[in-house]
Design a binder for this molecule. Structure first.
Ligand SMILES: NC(=O)c1ccc[n+]([C@@H]2O[C@H](COP(=O)([O-])OP(=O)(O)OC[C@H]3O[C@@H](n4cnc5c(N)ncnc54)[C@H](O)[C@@H]3O)[C@@H](O)[C@H]2O)c1
Ligand SMILES: [Zn+2]
Ligand SMILES: [Zn+2]
Length: 368
């Protein structure tokens, strides 16, 4: 049976997203119908609204979320009532990257078409036009229909708001530290951009035992949050001496790891300035698709420094979501500290637009 639900549909260009009643078809074999409980508001939704990442079709916005399984296609190992986190990069399970255990590099994910693995969409709009779930999940909708590989069952004890954030910012940030960078106890790091992703990087650095966790942001409010989460030093990015301040705080010769959690090319170009010899820049924040940044190859070569790209925290959701949920339940990862204001679905768009001048913690769309 198909399900009628409200989705937040964006038609592109200068249009304003509208809450629209749509129909999700019933899950087929290998698919799951999830009733959403909570969705986080991530800057990657703003990239769609502000035209950084344009699409030629209408999208149901939202990509960070969690919910409860309502129905499953034939032969599923999941059951109605299971709590699941949505993964916005459902892997195909068959390509070379998937077989090698690097599902974040999957070359055949339906997510890139904002659809299901066969390229179709589960959404029908009453006016007969197509809408596609953003990154194959569309988590600002009341329900969603996704492939089995786009959901990860996690313990029921994890609160919905935390579960939702595990779907993007938390896994991206913690994975950037543990998987992409492989930070070791006693190493030093700067996190440039203390939004949801940067905050999760800070929690990951604390978990890894980093001795210096330095945060840089333009917002005093975000720097205060960074401190609450475990940053040892905080500096305003607008200060002309910020690089010297960070290097001095790290002991003079620079940091082992510099995390870019913004996605502004000018900032990206300056990231190697923070590094000590042998250090690495980890690129997590994402710019517009065609944006370019500059580097000085000579310096990277002579100082043996590296640039590491980080998609989805180099994480395997089926393993890493569960691991993160268990660390949280064991009291080793204070993920509640990342949860901000709870809002209703009709305020989702306003919350995405507010990330143009961000303050506070991650806003959570709650569904009732
Ligand atoms: N690589 C991935 O897999 C992945 C996953 C999720 C999000 N992202 C990207 O990560 C980025 C951050 O996402 P978010 O949700 O945390 O965003 P956000 O808007 O909540 O946070 C960005 C932060 O950067 C700060 N900032 C902006 N310009 C700055 C500057 N010049 N100097 C210092 N600080 C500055 C802002 O004040 C803000 O606190 C986005 O580009 C998003 O698309 C990437
Ligand atoms: Zn996101
Ligand atoms: Zn694959």
């Amino acid at each position: 049976m198909s399900v009628t639900a409200n989705a937040v549909l964006f038609a592109g260009g200068d249009s304003t997203p509208v809450i629209t009643e749509v129909e999700y078809r019933a899950p087929r074999a290998g698919e799951v119908l999830v009733r959403m409980t909570a969705a986080g508001v991530c800057h990657s939704d703003l990239h769609v609204l502000n035209g950084d990442w344009p699409f030629d079709h209408r999208v149901a916005l939202g990509h960070e979320g969690a919910g409860i399984v309502e129905a499953v296609g034939e032969g599923s190992d999941l059951a109605p009532g299971d709590q699941v986190v949505l993964s916005w990069y459902a892997p195909c399970g068959r390509c070379d990257a998937c077989v090698a255990g690097q599902s974040w590099l999957c070359s055949a994910s339906g997510a890139v078409t904002n659809g299901l693995p066969d390229g179709s969409t589960p959404i029908t709009v009453a006016d007969g036009e197509e809408a596609r779930p953003y990154l194959g999940v569309g988590t600002f909708s009341e329900v969603t229909v996704v492939p089995r590989s786009a959901v990860v069952k996690i313990p029921a004890a994890v609160p919905p708001a935390v579960a939702a954030l595990i779907g993007c910012s938390i896994t991206t940030g913690i994975g950037a530290v543990l998987n992409t960078a492989d930070v070791r106890a006693g190493q030093t790091a700067v996190v440039v951009g203390a939004g949801g992703v940067g905050q999760a990087i800070i929690l990951g650095l604390k978990l890894a035992g980093a001795s210096k966790i330095i945060a840089v942001d333009l917002s005093e409010d975000r720097l205060a949050i960074a401190q609450e989460l475990g940053a040892t030093d905080v500096f305003l990015g607008s200060d002309p001496d910020v690089v010297e301040q960070v290097r001095a705080a790290a002991g003079g010769s620079g940091v082992d790891f510099a995390f870019d959690a913004i996605g502004v090319p000018r900032v990206t170009s300056g990231m190697p300035d923070y590094l000590k010899p042998g250090g690495a820049v980890v690129l997590v924040g994402m710019p517009a698709r065609d944006a370019e940044a500059t580097i000085t190859p000579w310096r990277l070569i002579v100082f043996g420094q590296r640039l590491l790209g980080c998609n989805y925290g180099s994480s395997r959701p089926q393993v890493d979501f569960v691991r993160i949920a268990n660390l949280y339940l064991a009291g080793q990862l204070p993920l509640d500290l990342m949860v901000g204001e709870r809002i209703s679905q009709d305020r989702a768009v306003e919350a995405v637009q507010a990330l143009t001048n961000p303050t506070g913690k991650r806003k959570i769309v709650e569904f009732h």
